[in-house]
Design a protein around this ligand. Structure first.
Ligand SMILES: Cc1ncc(COP(=O)(O)O)c(C=O)c1O
Length: 420
């Protein structure tokens, strides 16, 4: 029971809140489930439990340390004071902006039938934010697949945007129907597509699926010339996929690029260069008309200036150095990290199959996903066995990026027990 003065205090506290927070801010709530379950893993470790961490989206080596690409870390250490502490140009350092375009398009860059530009952002999240802020109207619905990274919803709601989802597994009928519906109700359409190495399933679209998806967007743009169409490819994990530049290949085959179609890449250097906390990335934009680029540069510069100012300088300088002077070393290290992921994925899929558990098809990257109706309960049961995973809507995300291959049988048997 609360005492009268406690109740009074709580009431007064609530009044303070409502006078300070605007109505939109008052609706914001909730802890990130990923970090909540990671804290539970840490707590279990602290209590002396032999716990397995399948919660975080960071590549962890078999001894439990963050896996680092040493070439990048050495380059960060080797930069001069000015580059460590100074501001970056607001648009990003020119050589970094070029690098970001290369990271997005790879060897297909010369074949893209459009002009390519970029602006540096604080990570892929900054790129997503800048697109939400500028390529949709407040109140609009943004097209997402039904399984998507949880913070998408947060970024959208920060921009007063809602979600229109279509199935992750789609013959493209649903995507076509969704585009038609939005073209009737909105002035512009923005879609975010996290591919390849989708978070949270590990799924990558095939060349055929990419082509069909792009056709839906091209057809919709052609059929609705007054409606702006912006397709953003979220490439947060692409350099760990079997076809890192598959989307650039697909885009290189566009024959008649409609003027009302803009294609963006949200580039994140968090995973590809193991600099998660250094907030480095870019928004790469492709459109055939140079005037569109001049306008977009102003618009995106404005968003950056009014939100985070400029992206950090040090990681941009370090990555320019790595890609100009130590490309092979960086690539070798990245391929070693990729091999760890492949090995763990194989071990996970084998262990899951031998326990007769169904897992969603998974190809690349950091995660795998088990569909179920009671993810919280299943994760609670796994936690009792010392295995910490993340319950999401419709299933459980397994961070294979953090689990040694040798622990996969244990993860699978905890899941089998919980799902029974
Ligand atoms: C699907 C997806 N998109 C974008 C990001 C953004 O990454 P960052 O802002 O660290 O570059 C992440 C990070 O986990 C992600 O999982």
């Amino acid at each position: 029971m609360q005492s009268a003065s406690e109740e009074e205090f709580n009431l007064r506290e609530k009044e303070y809140f409502s006078s300070m927070l605007n109505p939109l801010a008052r609706k914001k709530s909730g802890d990130d489930p990923i970090f909540r379950w990671f804290s539970r893993y840490l707590q279990a470790k602290e209590n002396g439990i032999d716990a397995v961490n399948g919660t975080l989206g960071s590549l962890i080596d078999d001894s439990g340390e963050l896996a680092l690409n040493a070439t990048v870390i050495d380059s960060l250490r080797n930069q001069v004071g000015h580059d460590m502490a100074g501001y970056s140009p607001l648009r990003g350092i020119p050589a970094f902006r070029e690098l970001a375009i290369d990271l997005a398009l790879g060897q297909y860059r010369p074949h893209i039938p459009a002009v390519a530009s970029s602006i540096a952002t604080p990570g892929g999240c900054g790129a997503l934010y800048a697109s939400a802020c500028n390529f949709a109207d407040p109140g609009d619905k943004v097209l997402l697949r039904d399984k998507h990274w949880g913070p998408y919803k947060t970024i959208l709601s920060e921009n007063s945007l809602n979600i229109h989802s279509y199935p992750l597994w789609d013959s493209n009928l649903e995507l076509r129907a969704s585009l038609s519906e939005l073209a009737l109700t909105q002035n512009r359409i923005l879609g975010w597509l996290n591919d390849p190495a989708h978070n949270p399933t590990g799924l990558s679209l095939s060349a055929e699926e990419r082509k069909n998806t792009l056709s839906c967007w091209l057809d919709s743009a052609q059929d609705n010339p007054e409606i702006g169409h912006t397709l953003l490819i979220d490439a947060a994990y692409h350099l760990y996929a079997k076809e890192p530049h598959g989307w650039a290949e697909t885009i290189s085959k566009i024959e008649n690029w409609p003027n009302n179609l803009l294609i963006l890449f949200a580039i994140s250097c968090s995973k590809s260069h193991t600099i998660y906390g250094m907030r480095t990335g870019a928004l790469v934009y492709l459109h055939p008309e140079p005037e569109v680029h001049s306008k977009l540069e102003e618009v995106l510069l404005h968003t950056g200036r009014g939100t985070w100012s400029g992206a950090p300088r040090l990681p941009q300088v370090a990555l320019i150095d790595v890609h100009q002077n130590q490309l092979n070393e960086w690539d070798d290290e990245k391929n070693q990290l990729k091999a760890i992921l492949t090995n763990r994925r194989r071990a996970f899929n084998e262990a899951i199959a031998s326990n007769s558990i169904e897992v969603m098809p998974n190809d690349d990257g950091y995660f795998a996903f088990i569909e179920c109706n009671n993810p919280e309960e299943v994760c609670e049961s796994c936690a009792e066995d010392g295995v910490f995973l993340v319950p999401l809507t419709g299933g459980i995300r397994v961070g294979i990026c953090a689990i040694p291959a040798s622990e996969m049988p244990r993860v699978a048997s905890a899941l089998a027990k919980a799902l029974r």
